[in-house]
Design a binder for this molecule. Sequence first.
Ligand code: AMP
Length: 218
Amino acid sequence: MNIILLGPPGVGKGTQAVIISKEFNLCNISTGDILRESIKNGDDFGKKIKHIVESGALVPDNMIIELIESKMKENKSYDGFLFDGFPRTVKQAEGLDKLLERRSEKVDAVIAMNAGDDIIIDRLLARRVCPQCGTVYNLLTNPPKDGKHCDVCGSELIVRKDDNRETILHRLEVYRESTAPLLEYYKDRLITIDGSKSVSDVASSIIASIGRFSNANG
Ligand code: AMP
């Protein structure tokens, strides 16, 4: 079973991806995480894309598709893929269809998460991440115990470079222009979820709808 988590930045895709991939034994591929890891490592690819990611623009489709192709080869023991933050353009969606076709597979379901801009902006401004282990917090809804350090590894938390108001507004614009057309592309397998609810309520809705979907499709 191959599933896509689709939705604007800050709607909670990354948080849900961790929960859903565990629940259904899916290989969680987050392009944003992979790109940030490259930037942190300072490898050639990371150097090329740093300014693009930090400005909130999209990394070119051919680079992303190559990256996905190599990540998909690493998957051995899972029951499918969960894509978080990919595809982000129709070109990427067509590229993914081709990659899956080669494996005689397809995109089975697309979870479209939505929430109003006000909620999204507030969430992104309150997001803090651990630069060491990647754990994500929210100062309002899921704060670290001491307000500053990672509960898991103790590192000082940081604000993502693209989580400032100006870049957030740009990312929302990019979403509407380049990514929202995917709602039409995938209209025959779309499951719409209200992302404004609590993390556990959203997770329960997604798990229930994937369960219903997989029962109906054998
Ligand atoms: P995210 O962590 O999903 O919010 O992604 C952070 C940033 O990484 C985006 O604003 C883009 O600059 C870049 N990015 C992540 N995924 C993609 C993708 N599928 N295509 C192009 N750029 C991407």
